[in-house]
Design a binder for this molecule. Sequence first.
Ligand code: SAM
Ligand code: SF4
Length: 374
Amino acid sequence: MRLATLVGSSILFRLWRQVVAHVGFTFIVSCFKVFRMIVRYDWTLEELQAMQATPLLDLVFEAARVHRQWHNPREMQVSKLISVKTGGCPEDCSYCAQSSRYSTGVDSDRLMGEQQVLEIAERAKAAGVSRVCLGAAWRGVREGESFDRVLSMVRSVTNLGMEVCCTLGMLNERQAQQLEAAGLYAYNHNVDTSEEFYSTVITTRTYSDRLKTLAEVRRTRMTLCSGGIIGMGEAVDDRLKMLLTLSAIQPHPESVPINLLSQVAGTPLAEQPELPVWEVVRMIAIARLVMPKSDVRLTAGRIKLTPEAQALCFLAGANSIFSSETEFMLTKAVPSPSYQADQSLLSALGMTLRAPFASQHAPRATELAAELAA
Ligand code: SAM
Ligand code: SF4
């Protein structure tokens, strides 16, 4: 072999070794697969651990690249939560202000009237919100008058030209079909954490109960919203395993909420320390890399992040948020940024609000928009 070829190949080899040492071989291979715009359902824990171990700005850079391949990076999807049935929940979720087992100062209310729901939804629409999420502090749906009233709310808010999501707890096949028939756009049901850590946070239901409801939703044409909470005392691997569970769902949930624990006084997790902001950014970036088509939603606890940290999360692939006229999420125990604060942040970043039913990757988007236009 000629000397020049030998020298050239040894320089290339050294360069390659340096690149591998810098970002990790598995991560490079994984990224090549992602860059080919392949959606994968077979990610491994080792691949996600390699992403977790990647220097933060390299990780953000790769996630931002993938984000730009699949989404309009200047667009933000904004949702508004409405608690249609607050408090008095029999479940023991250790983070939740609405569990009847803890003294959190959140009272149990009756089901909200449809007119009040419509007024909140109309104000949200005027503020540029595209999706209304109706939440009920139920263990699961029970058919009867209350569920019928929620179905009617779904129909009425959809008729305003907004996407409607419901989070009502566990569902069976028939209830999922009833929600689908009412025109529901999305159903939220979070896996919350890894299967291993789940029973340290919630004992009144199992991880497989959770997965069963997700499967019922997947059997309909409704889109799926499922994610979890970070900062509950879980190990880093629990967060990665949660992403593995979500990324094994076929197709991936169209929306993946990442909640930062909002420590609620009176709950068992009230004293949990704050997660370093870098762990939040990492989680967003890894979620973006493994579920490239999904909307990654930066949800509860966003108010604890500075505008700059939120911007870093948006760069890393978060393209969906909750905003609120009342400055709280479902209850006063979990604060949220206001419409005004969010509008000024998004305008400072040169971002626009995504219109309802305009997702490029949700199968029902075009179909529902056409039905509403007819
Ligand atoms: N009861 C229904 C259920 O559990 O599916 C719906 C309501 S529940 C409030 C919806 C989600 O909000 C939970 O699954 C959890 O991920 C999130 N959440 C509730 N309280 C939270 C808190 N204090 N901090 C962060 N996320 C929270
Ligand atoms: Fe009830 Fe949902 Fe809160 Fe758990 S998270 S206590 S199921 S309202």
